[in-house]
Design a protein around this ligand. Sequence first.
Ligand code: MG
Length: 158
Amino acid sequence: MRIGFGFDAHRLVKGRRCILCGVEVPCAFGPDGHSDADVPVHALMDALLGALALGDIGKHFPDTDEKLRDSDSIELLKHVYAIVKGRGYVLGNADITIVLESPRLSQYIEAMRGSIAAALETDIGNISVKATTEERMGYTGSGEGVSSTAAVLLVKAG
Ligand code: MG
């Protein structure tokens, strides 16, 4: 078994789409970034790569690459998972936490779990997505940004 952990944070700006775990959350602001800036998916990709000591998403998907502008992070996640499988591992389970002051994400959590489960070809029971706030403290609390952590367990295939 291999364990991995990832973290990501992006600034929130007015007029950007807010896509979290591949699900668009209706919101006046969204995470800024080179790709679609899906923060929890970025944390998850770093966790998957970290589990196998394969570097980070900056190494695999440089933000200087114009081909990746506004790219769908779920597609990047599928690419990362193909690398994982190529190394002879499959996902055991993943646990993601999104830190965002508002809007509240509870009504989107099941769709987020389904989106991640589909991308990682696994049962929804293996994917946990949680949301919390930092009680108006710090950069997430002020609405300046959104952050996410992700932990994964990989197991040998077959
Ligand atoms: Mg990122």
